[in-house]
Write a protein of this length. Structure first.
Length: 60
């Protein structure tokens, strides 16, 4: 967890969220900062995939 203790996940601090994750009560992506990292990574992967179109699907 980033250790910012922003509370935007609904937990009072990052440690409480980490404990909830370990207990299976929360997900790492409940943290908006971790969610943003994951979305950024997925967007990058989608861009990479979009540039690897098969030759038959490329522009004509």
């Amino acid at each position: 967890m980033p250790g910012l203790d922003c509370g935007s996940c609904g937990c009072p601090n990052c440690r409480a969220l980490a404990e909830d994750i370990v207990q299976g009560l929360a997900s790492e992506t409940d943290c908006v900062f971790k969610l943003r990292e994951k979305v950024k990574k997925l967007a990058s992967q989608m861009l990479d995939l979009s540039q690897k179109l098969p030759p038959t699907m490329g522009p004509s």
